[in-house]
Design a protein around this ligand. Structure first.
Ligand SMILES: C[S@@+](CC[C@H](N)C(=O)[O-])C[C@H]1O[C@@H](n2cnc3c(N)ncnc32)[C@H](O)[C@@H]1O
Length: 297
């Protein structure tokens, strides 16, 4: 499952040809749900579970919760439950008696493991505003990879983007630069936990003073609500693209993850150093940042 670097989570999907969730408490249906819960528990032990479903606070789900608690010994905790049971309107399986009929039945999705896959074992140091590792892995995939790449992670924070890049394969050079020594320490701890210490160089300093020539540049500039302010966002993005252009080898690629969509649009229109190859909207903790793939013109 650890190889699923760009998946948010994996689920066992159970389909039930039942008209409403209340029917899930019946013996044969409940047994399938409990069996899937045990399969998940074999991957990661949990002591609690929760539902993710419309109406999860209703009497029907309270009853279903009681039955599952009785059968598994897990505690129903809708706030902090570790084992996630998602219940939603279903799509009947091909060949099932309900296929092609009006009632889509219900699906129960039992998450495998008690945390989303973005919770990486290497993350031993948290950092405010750290990038989601699943999104970081998607950036690495969008970037394209070669062992000859010289890679720099600008404004690297706890090192998420560089770590996911190095876990995907070797690089000729790997450098992370952040102005904050707290960030450098977090990145150092995470790189060590990932077994990558010897493959990366950490620099504490302003990216404006960075030197070198790189084929792949990765950046996750300050968010307005955490490390920066909206007022400075345009300047930060302009400077970032300028610095990245200065550090770019011919044909280099720059990947930027940012929440500042309008700012990024304006900045990209105003400068000529980078051409926009793709723009991918992602979802992270209630925000919709975008991944920009930019190629050096
Ligand atoms: C959103 S955080 C990066 C988070 C990082 N991707 C991670 O996963 O932990 C933005 C970072 O930019 C850094 N930063 C802001 N301005 C900088 C500059 N001019 N030079 C270097 N780092 C800078 C901040 O210290 C902060 O760590």
């Amino acid at each position: 499952m650890r190889a699923l670097t760009t998946a948010v989570a994996s689920f066992v999907v159970l389909h039930f040809d039942v008209p409403r969730p209340r029917s899930l408490t019946s013996g044969e249906h409940l047994a399938r749900i409990v069996e899937a819960a045990y399969a998940s528990l074999r991957v990661a032990g949990s002591s609690t579970f929760r539902f993710e479903a419309a109406g999860s606070d209703s009497a029907v789900f309270a009853r279903l919760g009681e039955e599952i608690a009785r059968a598994t010994g897990l505690k129903h905790d809708d706030e902090r439950g570790e084992l996630v049971l998602r219940v939603r309107r279903g799509a009947p399986a091909h060949g099932s008696p309900a296929h092609g009929t009006a009632d889509p039945g219900w699906d129960v999705l039992v998450r495998v493991g008690n945390r989303p896959l973005s919770a990486r074992p290497w993350r031993v140091a948290d950092y405010p505003g750290a990038a989601n590792a699943t999104i970081a892995a998607a950036m690495v995939r969008l970037a394209g990879r070669s062992d000859e790449q010289r890679v720099v992670n600008l404004m690297s924070g706890s090192g998420t983007l560089l770590i996911e890049r190095l876990l995907a394969g070797p690089a000729a050079q790997a450098v992370a630069i952040d102005v904050s020594s707290t960030a450098t320490e977090a990145a150092r701890a995470n790189l060590e936990a990932a077994g990558l210490t010897r493959r990366a160089t950490l620099v504490t300093g302003d990216v404006a003073a960075a030197e070198g020539e790189y084929d792949l540049l990765l950046a996750d500039p300050p968010w307005s609500d955490l490390h920066g302010t909206h007022a400075t966002a345009e300047q930060v993005h302009t400077d970032l693209l300028g610095t990245a252009a200065r550090l770019a080898a011919p044909g280099a690629r720059l990947l930027v993850l940012t929440h500042e969509i309008k700012v990024m649009d304006r900045v990209l229109r105003a400068q000529t150093g980078w051409s926009r190859t793709s723009e991918t909207r992602v979802f992270a903790k209630g925000h919709h940042p975008r991944i920009y793939v930019l190629d050096r013109t």
